[in-house]
Ligand binder design. Structure first.
Ligand code: ZN
Ligand code: ZN
Length: 433
């Protein structure tokens, strides 16, 4: 690996009151945030995906199209967002009664029942974050098209990178389908214009993310991606903008000179924090599965469901597909996540050297599937908003849904808190205090 600083410019890094002079340059290098290996970015074609030679982590997935088309997509997304929140998305007919609901009705239905925690989780993940995401796209992509820099673009891009996994429109979309199939045998379901614009919105947002070339945007904001005082020092990666930050700078300011997010050699107290989150999630997993998740009342009959009895009931009705989806998302995935995280923590603490690549894969899998467990939370939310036919048929949320939503959130944070580089430290016999 060539290790010289070319065309360097001095850079003032503020460290408390004293300032440090370091070198800031651009290098076609990348540090794998999963295993910490430094590698050269070789002739990256726009649609190329770059994978770490050591651990198979995707380091960079290229933009499929031009940024200009991503800007057009973001404008489309905004229009679709307004439409899908304005129009009702589903109507339910029972006998001669009917009930239509918009996406936000689920939130209001929870607020009416004083379910503040659940209501705020729902509004954040299906309304506030997606909307902020669209505005962030517009604020970055339209000026980029005209090569104009605007103030605050770096914090906006930083937020966009961080918030991505907490915007869950595609999970909500699957919940909508699950709800519709679930109700199909007891009532007539009609998807409305809001549902179709919503499906289009999910597709457009996925495309926008695919076309958003993070690496190109960061280097447009600041071409320099290598900051060091001494050309031979070890560099650490910024998880947000992929800059490489020299050891002495990491020690002094713990922040990335390019995007100002925190940079550590290893996430501080990663093991302890992950254990605490895993134990809390494990404890809540019990009430989440034992307590009822919702109550149906129909013509004076009251029937409560736990997550598991809900799955069994769907099987009894012959709805194998939906039963399978709910079983995987609500029972299997949360449990598998807890087991994987405990396995990773124990193996790191025991200093296990073998199977590091396999363990790194398990962590990636955990991060990838975690958010899909929100499915049941949204199904209950939609049912509560939709199925309100007084004496004839009503659905109410029960305590397990809060415990369950907390399990999902805690395990998602736990997977983010676990530092994947710890897996490789045992292999490389490194120690960080
Ligand atoms: Zn790697
Ligand atoms: Zn950074």
């Amino acid at each position: 690996m060539p290790n010289e600083l070319t065309s360097e410019e001095p850079f003032q890094a503020l460290s408390g009151s004293a300032s440090v002079t370091a070198h800031a340059v651009h290098k076609d290098w990348l540090l794998c945030h999963s295993c910490g290996e430094l590698q050269k970015v070789v002739a990256l074609s726009p649609e190329h995906e770059m994978v770490c030679y050591n651990c198979d982590e995707v380091l960079h997935s290229g933009a499929v199209g031009r940024v200009r088309s991503a800007a057009a997509l973001a404008v489309t997304a905004l229009i679709l967002f307004v439409a899908s929140n304005w129009f009702p998305f589903i109507t339910l007919y029972i006998g001669d009664q009917s009930q239509s609901t918009t996406i936000l009705d689920g939130f209001w239905a929870l607020m009416d029942r004083n379910q503040w925690v659940l209501a705020s989780l729902v509004i954040t993940t299906i309304f506030l974050f997606p909307l902020a995401e669209i505005f962030a796209f517009l604020y970055l992509l339209i000026p980029y098209t005209y090569q104009k820099h605007l103030p605050g673009q770096a914090p906006v891009l930083r937020w966009l990178v961080r918030a991505q996994s907490w915007s869950m429109l595609e999970v909500f979309m699957l919940s909508l389908v699950v709800t519709a199939v679930k109700l199909a045998d007891m009532a007539v379901i009609k998807l409305e214009i809001g549902a179709y614009t919503f499906f289009a919105l999910v597709g457009v947002l996925i495309l926008t993310f695919m076309k958003l070339n993070r690496r190109r945007l960061w280097s447009w904001l600041n071409t320099n991606n290598y900051f060091a005082k001494d050309q031979n020092e070890i560099v650490y990666d910024c998880r947000i903008c992929q800059a490489m930050v020299g050891e002495s700078l990491v020690d002094e300011r713990h922040a990335c000179p390019r995007c100002n997010s925190a940079v550590y050699k290893r996430i501080p107290n990663s093991i302890q924090k992950t254990w605490a989150l895993v134990i809390a999630a494990g404890l809540l997993y019990i009430p989440a599965n034992i307590l009822p998740i919702m109550t149906y009342s129909s013509l004076g009959d009251v029937d409560t469901d736990t997550i598991f009895s809900g799955v069994v009931e769907l099987l009894a009705q012959g709805l194998w597909g939906i039963a399978g989806i709910i079983f995987v998302a609500s029972i299997l995935v949360p449990m598998a996540k807890l087991i994987i995280l405990i396995y990773l923590l124990l193996s790191v603490q025991a200093g296990v050297k073998s199977g590091a690549k396999h363990r790194a894969f398990l962590l990636r899998l955990t991060e990838l599937v975690g958010r899909w467990s929100m499915l049941d939370v949204y199904v209950v939310t939609i049912l509560v908003a939709l199925v309100q036919f007084g004496f004839v048929y009503t659905v109410e949320p029960e305590p397990a849904i809060i415990a369950f939503a907390t399990v999902v959130v805690l395990t998602m944070i736990a997977a983010e808190t676990f530092d994947p580089r710890l897996i490789w430290d045992a292999v490389n016999e490194k120690e960080f205090e």
